[in-house]
Design a protein around this ligand. Structure first.
Ligand code: HC0
Ligand code: SF4
Length: 587
């Protein structure tokens, strides 16, 4: 039985536990900045987590608690005058070499550095004897979705760790040493947009403690269009946003704020508010038909092809950059965001007698990579005009609401506008959760091959949950038993990709979502909390609840989707459907 004393109180601890871990378990707060428990990241470089230790034998010493293993009999003090002075000095030195312009920072008010400064009582600037380098650190806005502001970087290396462990990409690197150390995107001087590894998933922005890594803030564009009487604004809201956005307004993770989002958008003055779940149902009609035809053809020819979902732009970027030989295996069906964009510029104006040129389509997404997807050349109908004109992340949208003085928590619940692009199924909601695109596709693929799954719960519970790779078998009459897999967190995809490249794949159909948990864990989610993963189970439960309570559970039963085919597209896979709802990838 191991025992030590922290701030005068005896505590039991486990072999190998750090001082910080034991202290946190006992409810003792220790200031930290670089450490990030969920990733096991404890470089001990920011020196905020200092404590004084008196060992059983030998002299007392000061240690960084995040990377010091606790020993039996130690007496640990976390709040002595000496410790507080050392922490304050350390923070003053960090601040002295940090951009001082907080008001213009994307993290103003939700910055971990700022919060530490407030807790430690920083007042006067430090008297420093070195030349600050903050202003010389690079500013890189070469990517469409993301910005790096080196003057705000504290070199905690959390982003480097997230890129390596969560995205599996190692696109972010630490270049240089000492006070010249800086985050880079490969070899020194390489621009972010030139990176051959970054997939724009934005997981780095979720862990950055300051405003060094952010999405490009485009909230004002939405407000400008709303104000312009010549513009018709059409907003789509993604499945995952409704279980994330409440967190920014004090509601528990997983609270479904779908109706309140619609009310807020209407209060802002948006003309049409519709649901990406609707176009997710359209995606299933196209992708289900496409994949079923490919599987049938393969079985008849006695070969195995492995087909991949393509609605996650992080994953599509990965294939194009790192596994181009798999490009033909990606479903050609566009993502729900892109399908909505195309139909909002064709079907909607035709049905409502609107001027297509006056329409601006805005997507509210949990995702930074969706900003880059919207600008793909294959999703731009005429030169310079994107099908989806603007993508705002969940946190940009939260900022827009604050700018307008709207408290989402206080909004009433309002239904979506229903110009035939809003009805949606539980399957469409599932898209926001890992395994959901697969579950939605299988529901419809089984139904069209003649299985009546009354409960919509075929025997593949296994594709729900948080394992990095999940597998199951599904019976499809006329095709046979198919093997499906679901991967989330790009770091987990390599096993599958390598097996397919070697011709040793055992899977027929694979869903890949770049972010942990799928879009509910997207890189555009709210931040400012130290535990982005902790919110995932509640957000997933929120999505599954929406499905369980939905009157329509499968995409092919959506009346607004049936109407789309009857009135406009004809059949899934028709010539027009191909033109508007499918695309090609770079190889
Ligand atoms: Fe997703 Fe989507 S489910 S990618 O995560 O497929 O961003 O939520 O909107 O497009 O529907 C994100 C979320 C979407 C799309 C949908 C898909
Ligand atoms: Fe974007 Fe979702 Fe893919 Fe993450 S999993 S990159 S949020 S589409």
């Amino acid at each position: 039985d191991l025992r030590a004393v922290i701030n005068g109180r005896e505590v039991a601890f486990r072999e190998g536990e750090t001082v910080l871990e034991a202290a946190r378990r006992e409810g003792v707060f220790i200031e930290t900045l670089c450490e990030f428990a969920e990733m096991g990241h404890r470089p001990g470089t920011c020196r905020m987590c200092l404590v004084e230790v008196t060992p059983v034998e030998g002299d007392a010493f000061v240690a960084t608690s995040c990377d010091t293993v606790l020993r039996a009999g130690w007496r640990v003090e976390t709040k002595t005058a000496k410790i507080r002075r050392m922490q304050k000095l350390q923070l003053e030195l960090l601040m002295a070499d940090h951009c001082q312009d907080c008001a213009r920072c994307s993290r103003h008010g939700a910055c971990e550095l700022q919060s530490a400064g407030m807790r430690l009582g920083l007042r006067a600037p430090a008297r420093i004897h070195f030349r600050p380098k903050a202003a010389e650190r690079r500013y890189d806005d070469s990517r469409r979705a993301l910005v790096f502001d080196g003057s705000r970087c504290v070199r905690c290396l959390r982003c480097v760790e997230a890129c390596r462990k969560v995205a599996g990409q190692s696109a972010l690197t630490l270049n240089g040493v000492g006070t010249s150390a800086a985050i880079g995107f490969g070899p020194v001087g390489m621009k972010w947009a030139e990176s051959s590894r970054c997939v724009a998933c934005g997981q780095c922005t979720l862990v950055c403690p300051t405003g060094a890594l952010s999405e490009k803030d485009q909230g004002d564009v939405l407000l400008d269009w709303i104000e312009d009487p010549a513009v018709t604004t059409v907003v789509q809201t993604a499945p995952a946003v409704r279980v994330q956005l409440g967190e920014a307004f004090g509601l528990p993770p997983g609270t479904n704020v779908e109706g309140r989002i619609t009310a807020a958008l209407k209060a802002l003055g948006v003309d049409f508010v519709m649901d990406t779940r609707w176009s997710a149902d359209v995606t299933i009609m196209e992708e289900g038909t496409e994949v079923l035809a490919k599987l049938k053809a393969d079985r008849e020819a006695g070969r195995r092809g492995t087909y991949f979902t393509s609605c996650c732009p992080g994953w599509v970027n990965y294939v194009e950059l790192s596994a181009p030989e798999l490009t033909p295996n990606l479903s050609s069906t566009r993502s729900p965001q892109a399908i909505f964009g195309a139909l909002s510029k064709t079907y909607l104006p035709q049905k409502k007698g609107l001027d297509a040129k006056a329409i601006r389509t805005i997507a509210i997404m949990p995702c930074t990579a969706k900003k880059e997807e919207a600008a793909r050349p294959t999703l731009v109908r005429e030169a310079g005009v994107q099908d989806t004109d603007l993508v705002l992340t969940t946190r940009e949208f939260a900022a827009v609401l604050r700018r307008a003085g709207i408290d989402l928590a206080q909004m009433p619940e309002v239904p979506y506008d229903s110009p035939f692009m809003s009805a949606s199924s539980g399957a469409g909601a599932l898209f926001g959760a890992t395994g959901g695109v697969m579950e939605a596709a299988v529901r419809t693929m089984r139904a069209v091959t003649g299985v009546d799954d009354k409960t919509w719960r075929p025997a593949f519970e296994a594709v729900r949950g948080m394992d990095g790779i999940k597998e199951a078998e599904v019976e499809l009459p006329g095709v046979g038993v198919i093997r499906i897999a679901v991967v989330h967190g790009l770091a987990n995809v390599k096993t599958v990709v390598e097996a397919v490249k070697r011709g040793e794949s055992r899977w027929d159909f694979v869903e890949v979502m770049a972010c942990p948990g799928g879009c509910v864990g997207g890189g555009g989610a709210g931040r400012g909390q130290r535990t982005p993963r902790a919110a995932l189970p509640s957000r997933l439960q929120g999505i599954w609840k929406i499905d369980a309570e939905a009157p329509i559970r499968a995409s092919h039963e959506n009346p607004d989707v049936r109407r789309l085919y009857e009135d406009f597209l004809g059949e899934p896979g028709s010539h027009l459907a191909h033109d508007l709802l499918h695309c090609e990838y770079r190889d």
